[in-house]
Design a protein around this ligand. Structure first.
Ligand SMILES: Nc1ncnc2c1ncn2[C@@H]1O[C@H](COP(=O)(O)OP(=O)(O)OP(=O)(O)O)[C@@H](O)[C@H]1O
Length: 259
């Protein structure tokens, strides 16, 4: 499991996270909710070890060892944690298959090139996501939503025990949003992988998360099982708006997929 203790983080002198404790257990899906600028991305980057908190720490407890994400090498952490960032513009004209096979890098030696089985993992991940037809395209010449799916395929090929996904559905169409989150849920259940996601749509969080963490003013305003935490009172406080859990404000009904 991952345990974050007393995480306190500031950019320059601007406090963003204050005394946050989190426990991430294998096989569960965690959804961070909060308004723009509430610190979700910062929190995910601290958990992944990309940002070092001024106070507190984040440790990964495996069966055999305990790793401090801010002290171990990035290569070692990448064996445990896969990360899909929010922004993903193409910089180099890699082919999609090459991008996905890069997910296997933590499993290769320094000068080792990907082997057949690494390519098989990458192709399987592309198939699981349903974008195998893109394999030969340049990453710079596909749409934003397609890029998002390629990076999710890459993190799946990485085979880490913890997946951190920063707004994984922000560029996806209605069907792909549900398809990708369902795939993450299946992987989580089948392989006992934990997924930790920043999410903006509370309806998707209700459908796919097991555990909700609500961030407000740098603190965990509420956290716990979905049924326990996704209440009108909490959502109203989180988003500073009136919430009616029974329907849309215009009186019409939600459009929900039949899963
Ligand atoms: N590199 C940075 N330097 C200084 N301040 C930053 C930096 N990155 C983010 N911030 C600030 O930190 C705060 C939290 O940002 P963060 O990206 O973690 O929020 P978020 O909840 O993920 O927002 P959103 O929902 O809009 O993606 C914001 O006020 C933001 O302006």
């Amino acid at each position: 499991m991952i345990v974050g203790t007393n995480i306190t983080f500031s950019y320059q002198n601007h406090p963003i996270l204050s005394g946050i404790n989190v426990t991430i257990e294998p096989g569960k899906i965690y959804g961070f909710l909060g308004r723009n600028g509430s610190g979700k991305t910062t929190m995910l980057r601290v958990i992944n070890g990309l940002l070092k908190p001024q106070h507190g720490d984040v440790k990964i407890h495996t069966d055999t060892k305990t790793l401090d994400v801010h002290k171990e090498s990035r290569a070692l952490i990448a064996k445990e944690i896969g990360f899909v960032p929010q922004e993903h513009r193409g910089v180099f004209p890699y082919r999609v298959l090459e991008m996905v096979v890069m997910g296997r890098n933590p499993h290769l030696g320094y000068f080792e090139r990907p082997k057949d089985e690494d390519y098989q993992e990458a192709i399987k991940a592309l198939q699981d996501i349903g974008i195998q037809h893109l394999w030969d395209k340049s990453f710079m010449e596909i749409s934003g939503g397609e890029r998002q799916m390629v990076l999710i395929a890459r993190v799946i090929a990485q085979g880490a025990k913890y997946l951190i996904l920063d707004e994984p559905t922000s560029h996806l169409d209605f069907k792909n949003q549900h398809q990708i989150l369902q795939l993450v849920k299946n992987i989580s259940r089948e392989r006992q992988v934990a997924a930790i996601m920043a999410m903006h749509d509370p309806n998707l969080a209700v459908c796919f998360a097991d555990h909700i963490l609500m961030l407000k003013h740098g603190r965990l305003m509420a956290e716990g099982a979905v049924d326990h935490v996704m209440t009108e009172v909490n959502l109203k406080q989180l988003y500073d708006m009136n919430i009616d859990l029974s329907g849309l404000p215009c009186g019409r009904k939600y459009v929900l997929p039949a899963i």
